[in-house]
Ligand binder design. Sequence first.
Ligand code: TMP
Length: 207
Amino acid sequence: MGGLLIALEGIDGSGKSTQAGLLARSINASLTFEPGATHLGIALRSLLLHSAANDLAISTSAEALLMIADRAQDMAENILPALSAGNNVVTDRYSASTIAYQGYGRGIDVNHLQAAIDLATGGLSPALNVLLDLPVSLALERLAGSGKKADRFEEAGVKFLEKVRTGYLSMAAADPSHWMVIDSNAPADQLAANILEQVKSRLEAHL
Ligand code: TMP
């Protein structure tokens, strides 16, 4: 496997999608995102994020499996082909999102989640997870100001997102060699420069 996988992670409203795009451009990496970066993924994303509007019931374990199915397809169509061609890949969310949202957030057993994630990814984990960390209150303020319609995860509220944030911070603390935590309460251009500098210093030999 030639290239490196770098995942941007964080709660909704952390600025992660903007930063994933900027980072990918700066280091000349392929960019993908989950859920929704394949034809199957577009269908799954719509089911997952707008199920209430569609009057569709989704159990918590079905939700987890659909997220993981999206990942399996993203692996097959986007991530593995790019890595095996020797390109680095930046992904806007990856397996840690499932552990944070479905594990810490919804309360699904993390070992069960990890087994399903391994099926989807063949056990490939990122060289680096970049956590854009922000207090939930600030993230929700940003989302409210963005004018974007809230999806089912944003509507789950403060308590849910607090659990997700705690999950991310616990994963980062438990595995510091694969995680970097960045305070995302900064203007986008400053944040982008900070992320680039820190990613380069961590993965210097490979970029
Ligand atoms: P996005 O807004 O970053 O595109 O992500 C869509 C939502 O999906 C976001 O609220 C987080 C959620 N999500 C999960 O709950 N589990 C997952 O595994 C992934 C990839 C996303």
